[in-house]
Design a protein around this ligand. Structure first.
Ligand code: PHE
Length: 369
């Protein structure tokens, strides 16, 4: 505003020097922390002080004083521009900005990692059984035909093998069929490995990756995860199996959940059952998720088939011919196997298995709690 700049009473050089000295001092001592405010204050197009000075003084100066006034005006302008470019010594912000580092900007934030939702569910399942006194056993993913099929009562060429479309390792034809290698189709071979190595009582869970030659779709993936369970000892009954799995399902899905056991078939268990839980989405009334049945099928189980104990005994007798640890007259057991993806999909209401493997952070971040 022009009134900020009273007209100069005189345009002689000492008067001009005095007037500009005051302005120069003002610029020198100005606070440049907010550099943009400083720029506007002096160089603003409409209200900047230079503009006001030029309006108040330059325009009304007598012609003979214009040159002296112009020189001083330009000096002041240069001083302001220099101040704009120079770092303000009092502030690290601009000093660092000069070096290309602005320490006041937020840094690169590295989010802490979280367990993958599948691993989380796998640990949850395993931990439910750890609380029941089970321990964990692992086995190889490249497995022999014997452990994956034969010892589990799938004879060579038996149609039961068709239920587990198998990825075979190449160039195995010259080997005896029991030694041929394949990608394990389930975690059950670790039941056999454990029983050959260890006498009863046995209570183990077996988490791990399994492989099947299945085309990927919303509910299938050629690589997926299972948690297997095996409990063997004197007097283990089907009601132990029911009680154990009913407890596990309540621990995983909430105490309101009910379970029911449907007759099924697996070569290595007799009798065999599929376990269903009451639909956690509708409470059993029937909805789209449970196909209006009120029940969701979750896992397979059964009592260990005596043929499995026989295969184990045959192996154990290669080391100790008198071995009788798995005599089916004295020893019984149950086994169960569940798909981790399936459980996690029901837990979280996920409809496409592919989300687990996509690596999409928008999906994964939802499990960061
Ligand atoms: N191994 C079976 C499967 O993958 C599941 C299962 C395990 C069934 C243990 C019964 C007992 O289909």
């Amino acid at each position: 505003m022009t009134e900020n700049f009273p007209q100069l009473s005189s345009f002689d050089e000492p008067s001009l020097d005095a007037a500009f000295a005051t302005l120069a001092e003002e610029v020198r001592t100005a606070d440049t922390t907010d550099i943009e405010a400083f720029r506007l204050h002096w160089l603003g197009r409409k209200q900047g002080r230079l503009k006001l000075i030029s309006e108040a003084w330059l325009k009304s100066a007598p012609p003979e004083a214009k040159k002296a006034l112009g020189i001083r005006f330009n000096q002041l302008k240069q001083q302001i521009e220099a101040a704009l470019e120079a770092p303000a010594p009092s502030t690290t912000r601009t000093a660092r900005a000069e070096q290309g580092i602005d320490i006041t900007l937020p840094g690169t934030v590295r989010a802490p990692g979280i367990p993958h939702p599948l691993l989380k569910t796998m640990h949850e399942i395993v931990s439910v059984f750890h609380h029941l006194g089970y321990s964990t056993n692992l086995g190889p993913q490249v497995e022999s035909d014997f452990y994956n099929f034969e010892a589990l009562n799938f004879p060579p060429n038996h149609p039961a093998r068709d239920t587990q479309d198998t990825l075979l390792i190449a160039a195995q034809q010259s080997r005896p069929s029991r030694d041929r290698l394949l990608m394990r189709t389930h975690t059950s071979p670790v039941q056999i490995r454990t029983m050959i190595a260890q006498a009863p009582p046995i209570r183990i869970v077996i988490p791990g990756k399994v492989h099947r030659n299945d085309a990927a779709d919303a509910t299938h993936s050629p690589i997926f995860h299972q948690v297997e369970g095996l409990c063997v000892g004197p007097n283990i009954t089907f009601s132990d199996l029911k009680g154990t799995l009913d407890h596990a399902m309540k621990a995983l899905f909430g105490s309101d959940v009910r379970t029911r056991f449907f007759p099924s078939f697996f070569p290595f268990t007799e009798p065999s059952a599929d376990v269903q839980i009451s639909c956690i989405f509708c409470g059993g009334k029937g909805c789209r998720k449970c196909k209006h049945s009120g029940w969701i099928e979750l896992l397979g189980c059964g009592m260990v088939d005596p043929a499995v104990f026989a295969a184990v005994t045959e192996e154990r007798r290669k080391i100790n011919p008198a071995d009788d640890a798995y005599n089916p007259e004295k020893i019984t057991g149950f086994a169960f196997g569940m798909g981790v993806e399936r459980i996690a999909m029901v837990q979280h209401g996920i409809s496409d298995i592919g989300h687990f493997y996509s690596g999409d952070m928008r999906f994964l971040e939802q499990f960061a709690s």
